[in-house]
Design a protein. Structure first.
Lengths: 280, 92
């Protein structure tokens, strides 16, 4: 049925049209080269270590790209528009870690040995997909990309405040890609809502309930790093609701009350299941 | 009819237990919600459930500022007072 069914031509044409719009805009407005378009001559070599930790933490999270790509593209493999978006997404995301890596090396604050030791350590753990269906992963993409966008924007202000125009530029370029990715995911979810509102709302509720940022549990010293990022970016828990959760819901035209309804139904179903199991 | 603060605290305690499937025996108004291991989205689920029980609707923009149980209780109190005020003026 519709875009959620790989055999539904009209639905797949719709997704393909959305991909073409995304791709065309990206080609015209957002193409950049991490080796040439970043002002590495404007690095503040005296920036505090906390700012370097922020850059390194972003780099760590972006470094799980092989896992994000391999898992993410397979879940949308039957949906041409979404699969091709994933390939393009991977190309754009790959530049984020390269820019951050170059920054850390060219600033002289990390050596190649440190960076590649860190990369090797990161790759000892594998990122696992938090949700199993294409629809749930697309919804996850909305929240995750919007959250990453907001964090980059907040950290851009921090980098500027420390006079590091180079890192501010990297954060700005990365943020611009993240919000474009978020919009694509949101537009796909809007189509899915048109086709099956009840099921899609149920999935939005499920994803929101189990949402975690991708670095949780896989980036070394994650809690310590996040503490630094929160302090540097002035990010507290209210930011997630104000700048990520409610704006995404608003764009999707889904109310908190609809999610609440879905949550109540889910709770009732799981207690019924528990009762049935206990009776057996 | 407006609920007392003690009633609202009890409702919070009961709702938080139902949603998280954990017990919170020592909650007070000063409890910081995140310190109960409830994240911002979990808090929203509790809020939604309380809204249904109390038949009030809290504005989304006010929810992001909730840190403690007291913040939530005061928000509900204000909303209940507003609702009571508007229904009594309608009746008048």
């Amino acid at each position: 049925m519709g875009a959620g069914d790989p055999k539904d031509t009209a639905g797949q044409v719709r997704l393909y049209e959305m991909y073409k719009t995304f791709f065309d805009k990206a080609e015209h407005e957002r193409r950049w080269n991490p080796l040439h378009d970043v002002p590495y001559d404007k690095i503040n070599k005296d920036a505090p270590e906390s700012l370097i930790v922020v850059a390194e933490t972003f780099c760590c999270v972006e470094s799980f790209l092989p896992d994000y790509v391999s898992s993410g593209i397979n879940v949308v493999r039957p949906f041409f528009g979404q699969a091709w978006f994933s390939a393009n997404w991977a190309y754009e995301e790959s530049k984020h870690s390269v820019a951050l890596m170059e920054y850390l090396l060219r600033s002289g604050r990390r050596t190649p040995e440190q960076m590649f030791d860190l990369q090797a350590k990161l790759m000892e753990t594998k990122w696992e997909m938090p949700f199993s269906t294409a629809r749930q992963m697309t919804i996850y993409g909305c929240f995750q990309e919007m959250a990453t966008f907001v964090i980059y924007v907040k950290q851009e202000m921090g980098a500027k405040a420390y006079g590091d125009e180079c890192l501010a530029a990297i954060f700005r370029l990365n943020a611009r890609d993240e919000i474009a990715h978020c919009r694509f995911y949101e537009d796909v979810v809007k189509v899915l809502l048109e086709e099956d509102r009840e099921g899609t709302v149920r999935d939005i509720q499920h994803v929101a309930k189990h949402f975690q940022m991708p670095g949780v549990g896989i980036v070394p010293d994650y809690d310590e790093r996040i503490k630094v990022m929160r302090e540097e970016g002035k990010v507290d828990r209210s930011v997630f609701l104000q700048k990520v959760f409610f704006p995404v819901l608003k764009y999707l035209d889904v109310t908190r009350q609809e999610l609440q309804e879905a949550a109540s139904k889910e709770r009732a179903a799981s207690s019924e299941e528990r009762r049935t199991r206990a009776a057996e | 009819m407006a609920s007392s603060r003690a009633e609202l605290l009890k409702i919070f305690q009961k709702t938080a237990s139902e949603i998280t499937e954990r017990e919170f025996p020592s909650i007070s108004e000063g409890t910081v919600i995140s310190e109960l291991g409830i994240d911002s989205l979990g808090m929203l689920e509790i809020v939604g459930s309380m809204e249904r029980e109390l038949k009030v609707q809290l504005p989304d923009e006010a929810l992001a500022g909730i840190q403690t149980v007291k913040d939530l209780i005061e928000l509900v109190e204000k909303k209940e007072a507003l609702t009571a005020g508007s229904s009594s003026s309608t009746q008048a």
